[in-house]
Ligand binder design. Structure first.
Ligand code: SF4
Length: 428
């Protein structure tokens, strides 16, 4: 029997449609600037200093957004086959390399935007042992520069980083690591000024950082309300776009206003006692990146079992990871935001410390964890986080699947696996 393909998700909030419409218009404008107007632009990983590109008004394509964009168009299988034809092992990691695969396929007829034109620079932090290869080979294929940023180790480890990061960020993220990131930020600014002719204005960065604090404050309020409310007023299918689309534009007037609107719509749903499931019985936690080729997966058991995905990392991450009291040191505050972004999400003791705390805060009954077979970093903290959650009384189901590669994904089979897991755990 053939695998069932991914399904669209239901959107319950009015502001969700506004966010996706904004991102669609932004995509069209980005394409106009980058493809038609030929403006100098950058391609960068999600855990890099987007703030620098924003204050210099340099168009930015986030690699994870581009990868999810290609995957949502159901093109990943074709492009990963191309990688194999180019001699890459079939088990190469996927999330960060789908953009490279699209470039190597060199098929303007099918590629989004006819394929990416030549960027001024590719930027990535060296957070895993593959990224340097992926980005340097992509830079070669696009005939441009790769600006790598270090991901230095830590010797001070605070499992409760999320409780201290807004204000005491120098202690949590360590002065030496922050100083290295500041030096790299200055190098990156020098490169961008030279390659794009745009100028960096420190005053604009300070203003942006204050605006970002305001935006993330609204998202943090929404996360608090959603965690406390019974029934759950907003499922992760609405949480993700209302958090991540403003995140790609963080600190902009639109992003701050949208975050406030999202917070207000959440508050109204809580006041009215609205729940995403008619009869909520089970509160689930989704651990890992989104399944970009099957956004309808999270809602499949809402009606049948009253099983609601209440939590995913994107929205609750906004408060502890992005809010920074500047202490008159704007560049250092920014560096502290960036120099840990991936590590606290995927590595112990930060990942398990935070996720156990979040499971308790949101009254989670069980967790479903995406374990991408070929993705090194996303796998890193999964085993210890599973043990920590189970110790805290939260059973965990590990799904052997990829966030962008739909080749082995079967919607019906995955939903049935979750159903069997909650039944066997005596939760349904
Ligand atoms: S292992 Fe993961 S984080 Fe590293 S390059 Fe591959 S997809 Fe990206």
């Amino acid at each position: 029997m053939s695998a069932t393909a991914g399904q669209r998700s239901r959107k319950d909030l009015a502001c969700t449609a506004e966010a996706t419409a904004y991102q669609k218009a932004f995509g069209a404008e980005l394409k106009r600037r980058v493809v038609e107007a030929g403006e100098a632009f950058a391609v960068a990983q999600a855990d890099t200093p987007h703030e620098i590109f924003h204050v210099m008004d340099i168009p930015l394509i986030t690699n994870q957004w581009w990868s999810a964009y290609i995957s949502a168009k159901q093109l990943s299988t074709r492009y990963f086959n191309t990688m194999v034809e180019h001699g890459y092992p079939d088990n190469s990691c996927k999330y960060c390399s789908l953009g490279l695969a699209c470039t190597l396929a060199n098929d303007p007829a099918t590629a989004p935007w006819g394929g990416l034109p030549k960027p001024a620079v590719l930027v990535a932090r060296l957070t895993c042992d593959c990224i340097q290869q992926v980005f340097s080979q992509w830079a070669d294929a696009l005939n441009t520069d790769f600006f790598p940023m270090e991901a230095p180790a830590w010797d001070y480890k605070d499992p409760e980083w999320y409780a201290h990061s807004n204000d005491d960020w120098e202690t949590v993220y360590q002065p030496g690591r922050i100083a290295l990131m500041v030096a790299e930020l200055e190098e990156l600014i020098e490169l961008l000024e030279r390659k794009t002719g745009r100028r960096f204005d420190p005053a604009r960065l300070e203003t942006l950082m204050h605006r970002i604090n305001e935006q993330e404050g609204y998202i943090a309020e929404a996360a608090r309300m959603i965690g406390e409310a019974r029934p759950c007023p907003v499922s992760i299918a609405d949480q993700m776009p209302n958090t991540m689309i403003p995140q790609w534009h963080r600190g902009s007037d639109w992003a701050v206003a949208h975050a406030r609107k999202f917070r207000d719509e959440v508050a109204e749903r809580v006041k009215q006692g609205i729940g995403v499931a008619a009869n909520e019985k089970l509160r689930l936690m989704w651990i890992g990146a989104g399944v970009w080729h099957d956004p309808g997966f999270y809602q499949a058991l809402e009606q049948r079992l009253g099983a609601v995905f209440v939590w995913s990392m994107y929205m609750p991450f906004a408060g502890p990871q992005y809010i920074r009291q500047l202490h008159g040191r704007t560049m250092e505050a920014l560096a502290s935001r960036i120099c840990s972004m991936n590590e606290v999400l995927h590595l112990p003791p930060w990942m398990n410390g935070w996720m156990v705390s979040e499971a308790k805060r949101c009254g989670i009954d069980a967790a479903v964890m995406l374990v991408p077979p070929d993705n090194r970093l996303s796998q890193s903290g999964t085993r210890l986080t599973t043990l920590a959650l189970e110790d805290a009384g939260v059973p965990v189901l590990a799904l052997d699947a990829d966030m962008v590669d739909a080749k082995t994904w079967d919607h019906a089979a995955m939903v049935e696996m979750v159903e069997r897991f909650v039944v066997d755990a005596g939760l349904a």
